[in-house]
Design a protein around this ligand. Sequence first.
Ligand code: CA
Length: 364
Amino acid sequence: MKNIIKTVLLVALSGAFITGCGEKQSQQVAKQDTQTFKWNLVTSWPKNFPGLGQTPEVFASLVNDMSGGRLKIKVYGAGEMVPGFEVFDTVLSGTAQMGHSAAYYWKGKIPASSFFTAVPFGMNAQETNAWLHYGGGLELWQKLYKPYGIIPLAGGNTGLQFAGWFNKEVNSLDDLQGLKMRVGGIGGEVFKAAGGLPVNMPGGEIFSSLQSGALDAAEWVGPYNDLAFGFNDAATYYYHSGWQEPSANLEFLINEQAFNELPKDLQAIVLTAAKSAHANTIDEYTAKNSANLAILLEKHNVQLRAFPPELMAQFKQISLEVIEKMAAEDDSGTINEVWQSYKTFYDSIKPYHELTEQAYLNNR
Ligand code: CA
């Protein structure tokens, strides 16, 4: 009998305890439900630019809908709040809680950052995503940005890019000597080693530089984005044989302190919306690139070209030499750490993809 009373008492007490906890929790949830946040998101692209500029818009819209309006994110195009190349510092300072850009724009500050955008003759979009999310890539990237109080996340991938726009045909390395070309990241370093003069500039400045002759050539993304900037009016030859960016991974930047101030559910919404917007980007490019190439060729009489295989083989050789040299000469060791991770993953996945994806592309 005593035991039964004891049990009943315990059940009653624990019931009261649970009820008490429940009230406390629901009060907390109610408080969370009413607390709203307003964030700024600065980008390196013109507002609403196809692909690149759509990704942060998709993200902000998802966050708004998923949070019931508790987290509102205002997206700024390049130059609206800050110039395109000041995104990193603006997120670092907290003036904007988020950014959308490409990691290789920060190579002056963080030399290893280039590897998180594109590696010449490196992995395609599918493989890069696998490295980032299942091969330790994202952890390395977040470790690199940690001292700046910024959390990077994958922010869409353009897929394979075009080699670029030229006003003369390019058939050998001789044709590239002293050529001033807008080409960024590791591709720019390779272009320099091949005898060219790489120039890094935001997309919005490329057209006028090509027209004025400040640039001899330029690569940007591919037909969907290049037609939007009208490069067909400033150059004649369009080389499809991209080597410098076999995929270009974009980035979301989040101010760590601002992220930590969000309740857990809004943090989960930010991460989930970022992953969703990231996945959406490659779908957009895949769907739009071919139709826009047809417009360039048929309506604008653009001359489509490919580099000869010998030139591609030279680019490949120079790329490997440049990357190995970058890794060997970086005293911080971070380039080598990232390159070893990238290379190990690439080497492990390449034979399988030769058996599967590559064989299928050749057979279909
Ligand atoms: Ca590019």
